[in-house]
Design a protein around this ligand. Structure first.
Ligand code: AMP
Length: 478
């Protein structure tokens, strides 16, 4: 995803080039190669770029350059020269982290500002001189009202992920903030999509901008191996546990539609012996930071997130994304799978889809202009669809399945019940499930392959013990 242009050719100041070299990046990404010279020249910019394209460095580097090359005569407390607005706290924190990373050989001072945390430490920070403020709109307006921040000295405004800000209803806040800024300033607007609303916003904000469009991350639909497992809502949680465990995934981001659903799913996965955590807007900031840090350093194998919370998760080369439920908006699917296969490395995205989501699936396939491969899961058979009993908990007994009964795969029990002793897991009490990050795939390498009665278009259900298979390579079969 990088270009052949060397960073040094973009005109960045030496301390910034040194910081870039420290990160190990060899070449700018296309958005960086196009945006950096334009921003250095002082022009306005309208950029179509999603997370994962390197857009953050695309604006932070030239902004730092401008600050370095036109130092302020006086730096006033609480009066930033640059204002970067983002939709979420996570993104705010990550953008500011980039500012620190690339500005580490300079004395430029940045600050992050978002809601949901005590305002007083932010007020204390604002009493010191400040160059770059990275903020979410709501909390910024709180400060503006309290006069703890002074936006009259803003020279550069960045609207990052502008489409998300509009989706989240920040348009009024943005307009109120714009009214507090000096008329004469440089403006940069980044958005994944260019809706009419974004066009309208950009007309009001930008002054003769150059437009840059880098390949939308729905090129992710080429990079990322995508598959769909058709199943029933009531089976999804067990199926997911099974897939994660047997695949030995150690860093998987799972999307749910609701915060409540995220919590419940994370709890269920933990009960199943997986290290999982949920991240969403209702959690305290410290809980979110903790969960994210655990996920980044590998202690948390499964992070369950809602779309909005996941926006801020910036992890390179996330290997696995699971759509526990399909998003209501097809574009969100592209955002979600864009979390994997980043920076040119391949990733995989699996969607668990029930009958009620088929319409959404069709809309997604229309958007990405290709069908998504249906896969069956070994050990989860489609051959008992019609025979499924109406009360799934009745199924966890020891009898071999007859017509009218189906069984969970080895190690998968509902309501804490143990399945019959069989296979390499037999006899291990439930609470004693391995908690290793890689699950138990290595131990349970039984090899009875599916006999091929799982048709690609039929939903996955717990399969009879005779066909249960737990080998990693054969877990997902066509
Ligand atoms: P972003 O689109 O800003 O969220 O960046 C996505 C990821 O790409 C970040 O984790 C960056 O660390 C990484 N990145 C940014 N610029 C480069 C580059 N020139 N070469 C390689 N990776 C980069």
């Amino acid at each position: 995803m990088t270009t052949q242009t060397p960073f040094a050719a973009l005109g960045l100041a030496e301390p910034l080039l040194r910081a870039v070299a420290d990160t190990g990046y060899e070449h700018p990404t296309p958005i960086q190669a196009q945006a950096i010279p334009q921003v250095i020249q002082g022009g306005d910019l309208l950029a179509a770029a999603q997370t994962g394209t390197g857009k953050t460095a695309g604006f932070t580097l030239p902004i730092l350059h401008r600050l370095l090359t036109s130092p302020a005569t006086t730096r006033k407390p609480g009066q930033p020269r640059v204002l970067i607005l983002t939709p979420t706290r996570e993104l705010t924190a990550q953008v500011e982290e980039s500012v620190r990373t690339y500005g580490k050989h300079t004395s430029i001072r940045s600050m992050v500002m978002f809601g949901g945390v005590n305002i007083n430490p932010q007020i204390s920070s604002l009493r010191k001189p400040l160059d770059i403020l990275v903020a979410t709109p709501g909390r910024l307006l709180d400060h503006a009202q309290q006069k703890t921040v002074d936006l009259s000295g803003v020279e550069i405004l960045v609207l990052d992920e502008a489409d998300r800000m509009l989706d989240m209803g920040f348009i009024r806040d943005i307009r109120r903030i714009l009214a507090l800024l000096p008329k004469q300033r440089q403006n940069l607007l980044f958005s994944a999509t260019f809706s009419d609303e974004i066009r309208a916003l950009s007309k009001g904000v930008l002054n003769d901008p150059i437009e840059i469009s880098v390949a939308r991350r729905n090129t992710a639909s080429e990079l990322v191996a995508q598959s769909v497992v058709l199943t029933e809502q009531s089976h999804k949680r067990d199926l997911l546990s099974h897939i994660i465990r047997e695949s030995g995934w150690h860093q998987v981001l799972v999307f749910t539609r609701t915060k409540h659903g995220a919590n419940r799913l994370a709890e269920k996965l933990v009960k199943d012996g997986l290290s999982a955590a949920a991240i969403h807007g209702n959690k305290s900031q410290s809980a979110r930071t903790r969960a994210l840090a655990g996920f980044k350093d590998g202690q948390v194998a499964v992070l369950v997130a809602t779309d909005i919370a996941a926006r801020g998760i910036d992890i390179d080369q996330l290997p696995q994304v699971v759509n526990f439920e399909l998003p209501n908006v097809p574009e969100d699917y592209v955002h979600r799978i864009g979390r994997t296969g980043r920076a040119g490395s391949p990733g995989a995205a699996i969607s668990l889809v029930d009958a009620s989501e088929i319409k959404l699936l069709t809309a997604i396939e229309k958007l990405i202009k290709r069908p998504i491969e249906r896969k069956a899961v070994e050990g989860w058979s489609a051959d008992m669809v019609k025979a499924e009993p109406s009360h799934p908990r009745d199924r966890d007994d020891d009898r071999p399945p007859r017509s009218g009964q189906s069984r969970r795969p080895s190690g998968q029990a509902r309501n804490g019940a143990r399945p019959a002793a069989r296979g390499p897991e037999s006899g291990r009490p439930r609470g004693d499930q391995p908690r290793s990050r890689s699950g138990n795939a290595a131990r349970s390498a039984s090899t009875s392959r599916s006999t091929g009665n799982e048709r690609a278009s039929t939903p996955a259900r717990p399969r009879s013990p005779g066909g249960a298979h737990t080998g990693r390579a054969a877990l997902l079969s066509k």
